[in-house]
Design a protein around this ligand. Structure first.
Ligand code: ADP
Ligand code: MG
Length: 217
C-alpha cells in the first residue's frame, strides 16, 4: 500500500497549490503576526512563493528530478524571504528531496521520509523545542503522526490526514503558552491566547500536501 508511486507532477502541482494557498491566506497569516509579531508572515510567504512560481516553468522545462525541483524552490524561499520563516521554510523545501536524489517518482513511504527530512531540517536550523510556540509545535507532531499512521496500516491519504490533525492539535496546544523563540518571545505573557503564525502556516502547508495527493493516489 505504501509502495504506490507518486509522480514528479505531484510536486509541481504541490508548489502551484502552495503558492495559491499562500495568496489566499496571506492576510490571515499577517493578521496573526500582527498580534504577536511584526505583521509580515503572510507577506513573507507571498514574496517567497511568487519567486518559486517565477522559477517553476524553467525547472519544468529542464525536466529536473524531484529533489532538484524542491531544492531550487527552497533556495528561492531562502534567498527571497526575510524574517525567521524564510530560512526555516527554505531549509524545509531544500531538504525535502534529500532522501530521493535523482528520482522522478517516489513511493508514499518515500514521501513520508521526505517530509521527515524537511521537518528535521527546520528543527536543526531553528533549534526550537516542543512547547516553544513555533512552527515546530505543528511540524514535529505531524512528522511523528506520519510514521505512527503507517505503523497502524492506515491508507496513505488517512496517514496524511492524521498528520494534519496532529499539526492542528500542536498549533492549538501552544495558544496558551508564552513564546520561547522568535520575535514573539519579547512579548512574554502577552503572547498567551494568540495563535503562533508559523504553526498556522505549517498546518496550511500540510493541508495542501494532503489535498494535492488526492489527485495522484
Ligand atoms: P519574523 O518573526 O522574523 O517576522 P515571520 O513572521 O515570517 O518572521 O515568521 C514568524 C514565525 O517563525 C513564528 O510564528 C514562528 O512559528 C517561526 N519561528 C521563529 N523563530 C523560530 C525558530 N527558532 N524555530 C522555528 N520556528 C521559528
Ligand atoms: Mg513576522
Amino acid at each position: 500500500m505504501y509502495d504506490v508511486l507518486i509522480p514528479k507532477a505531484y510536486f509541481v502541482k504541490l508548489l502551484e497549490n502552495l503558492a495559491a494557498m499562500v495568496e489566499e491566506q496571506k492576510d490571515y497569516l499577517t493578521h496573526l503576526d500582527a498580534q504577536i509579531g511584526d505583521s509580515d508572515h503572510g507577506v513573507n510567504l507571498s514574496i517567497g512563493f511568487r519567486e518559486v512560481m517565477k522559477k517553476l516553468p524553467d525547472l519544468v522545462a529542464q525536466d529536473v528530478d524531484i529533489a532538484t525541483l524542491l531544492k531550487k524552490s527552497g533556495m528561492s524561499l531562502l534567498s527571497r524571504v526575510g524574517g525567521a520563516s524564510g530560512p526555516l521554510y527554505g531549509s524545509l523545501f531544500m531538504k525535502l528531496g534529500a532522501p530521493v536524489a535523482g528520482k522522478n517518482e517516489v513511493t508514499f513511504a518515500e514521501l513520508c521520509e521526505m517530509i521527515k527530512s524537511g521537518i528535521d531540517a527546520v528543527v536543526s536550523r531553528g533549534k526550537a523545542e516542543l512547547g516553544d510556540k513555533t512552527m515546530v509545535d505543528a511540524l514535529l507532531p505531524a512528522r511523528d503522526a506520519l510514521f505512527a499512521g503507517m505503523e497502524e496500516g492506515l491508507k496513505p491519504l488517512d496517514v496524511m490526514e492524521k498528520a494534519v490533525a496532529a499539526a492542528e492539535a500542536g498549533r492549538d496546544s501552544v495558544v496558551d503558552k508564552v513564546a520561547k523563540k522568535g520575535r514573539a518571545m519579547r512579548l512574554g505573557e502577552r503572547a498567551i491566547g494568540h495563535v503562533d503564525p508559523g504553526t498556522a502556516s505549517s498546518c496550511l502547508f500540510l493541508r495542501v500536501f494532503t489535498d494535492t495527493l488526492k489527485e495522484f493516489v
